[in-house]
Design a protein around this ligand. Structure first.
Ligand code: SDX
Length: 434
């Protein structure tokens, strides 16, 4: 357990069974942990934590979140500073290697990523096997999983050099795959990457250019795209990152692990929420209907939830939502859409919700997904592409966390246990007697 140190013990007392001392561990900042690795051997008991609300699955030095204070840091740098003063290539380097790059390191890293953006030409055939109306996330899961059929020279997970090549390939190729999924869905030809462009510019180019003319790049839009990538890059041990770690713990190749992460991110409770927010806003339709939907969200008998609100960790404002809201206003102003009805509706919904005792008591604030969809819609993306963009950005976080796990000498396969509530042993009943 690199980076943690012992800090006292806690006692577990079981009536009639005596007590067991469990060691406490502490990291650099944040909650201490109770080390239960020997609990079952010492007591014959498991802990019980469905949804992992109080469980640390690993130790990590990549991202720190303080949900009560609304703090998010990557390698000690606050997300607000990274979003306003850095760019996505620097953040990728920081997440992967632990430090911000100097000018020479940044130039080489950006070059290395840029020169991995093309896909093996045979992969274009894979897209043509999908229906044109396939959800782009379904295509992305399939194509990313298939990368392991093409890049055999970077699937040896025990070779640090191959792990880094696979990591670079994934970061570099995700925008290309995402743009191809979009082009395929609208029947336009695939657009190749252009090495003269930045990461965000290249993605916009591959998505919105056509052979007849290049996309007219707006520096504000490109900067907003880059910032949206930064805001989604990593987020501690969220569901999709935990999925990537669990898949990787079995020794699966990195492409298969990232495909698993993409599949998990797709859920509306997780990365699929940005698409669900737009769908919800379209369903609400006007400010007059806002209270009706807030009442639905509060009604326990109604499964409806206010999408883009609430978070397992943040019991304060999601710092990414604050930056996203600012970016939303910048982009819509630039595009002459500041009176965009969706934005006005979202702001009214946020205002009413944050004044409602239900949301205040349950500490349900807007999360990263609440405003991102409005920006992405303004940039010209269909709602079906919103979670795809989240996956493009989160790939660097997934591969950074996967590498951290693979470099941990204590790494072992993840295998949780259960509280069994089924039948005790009973004799088999032959069919004739059933
Ligand atoms: C992301 O983990 C990460 O870091 C994720 C992420 C990342 O970067 O990787 O930040 C990205 O996934 C952001 C979250 C996007 N999801 C949504 O916006 C979907 C809507 N939100 C929720 O479904 C919910 O808030 C979760 C899933 C985000 C969090 O759920 P929890 O932590 O399991 O909380 P819970 O479901 O136990 O809710 C606590 C209470 C419940 O009421 P009680 O049973 O206690 O009476 O709050 C209520 C819930 O009913 N509640 C909501 C609500 N979210 C929680 N009520 C109405 N609307 C909501 N959105």
């Amino acid at each position: 357990m690199s980076g943690s140190k012992a800090n006292g013990t806690v006692q577990v007392n079981e009536e009639g069974q005596g007590s067991t001392d469990l060691p406490m561990l502490e990291g650099s900042i944040g909650p201490k942990v109770i080390d239960i690795r020997k609990l079952y051997a010492q007591t014959g008991h498991f802990t019980y934590d469905p949804g992992f609300t109080s469980t640390a699955s690993c130790d990590s030095a990549i991202t720190y979140i303080d949900g009560d204070e609304g703090i998010l840091m990557h390698r000690g740098y606050k997300i607000e500073e990274l979003a306003s003063q850095s760019d996505f290539m620097e953040v990728c380097f920081l997440l992967l290697k632990g430090e911000l790059p100097d000018a020479e390191q940044k130039e080489k890293f950006t070059h290395d990523i840029t020169y991995h953006t093309m896909l093996h030409e045979q992969l274009a055939q894979l897209f043509r096997g999908f229906r044109r109306d396939a959800h782009p996330m379904a295509i992305m899961v399939g194509v990313v999983g298939a990368l392991s059929a093409f890049y055999h020279d970077s699937t040896d997970i025990n070779d640090p050099h191959q792990r880094m090549i696979a990591s670079y390939r994934l970061i570099a190729k995700m925008p290309t795959i995402a743009a191809m999924a979009y082009k395929y869905s609208i029947g336009q030809p695939f657009i190749y990457p252009n090495n003269e462009l930045s990461y965000a510019e290249n993605f916009l180019h591959m998505t919105f250019s056509v052979p007849a003319e290049n996309y007219k790049m707006s520096p504000t839009v490109a900067r907003a795209m880059d910032r949206i990538f930064i805001l989604h890059a990593d987020h501690e041990q969220n569901a999709s990152t935990s999925t990537v770690r669990l898949a990787g713990s079995s020794g699966a190749n990195p492409f298969a692990c990232i495909a698993a992460g993409i599949a998990c991110l797709w859920g509306p409770a997780h990365g699929g929420a940005n698409e669900a927010v737009l769908t919800m806003l379209e369903e609400i339709g006007s400010v007059e209907n806002v209270q009706k939907y807030i009442d639905k969200a509060k009604d326990k008998s109604d499964p409806f939830r206010l999408m883009g609100f609430g978070h397992r960790v943040y019991k304060n404002y999601d710092p990414r939502a604050t930056v996203m809201q600012q970016t939303c206003h910048e982009v819509l102003d630039e595009l002459g859409l500041k009176d965009e009805p969706m934005l006005k509706l979202a702001m009214e919904l946020e205002k009413i919700a944050l004044e409602d005792p239900y949301f205040v008591e349950k500490k349900l604030f807007p999360n990263v997904d609440f405003y991102s969809g409005i920006i992405l819609k303004a940039l010209g993306f269909p709602t079906s592409m919103f979670t795809v963009l989240f996956a493009v950005a989160r790939t660097v976080g997934w591969v950074a966390q996967w590498n951290e796990m693979m470099e941990d000498p204590g790494q072992k396969i993840g295998r949780p246990r259960q509280l069994y509530t089924g039948h005790a042993e009973r004799p088999f009943v032959p069919l004739v007697k059933r």
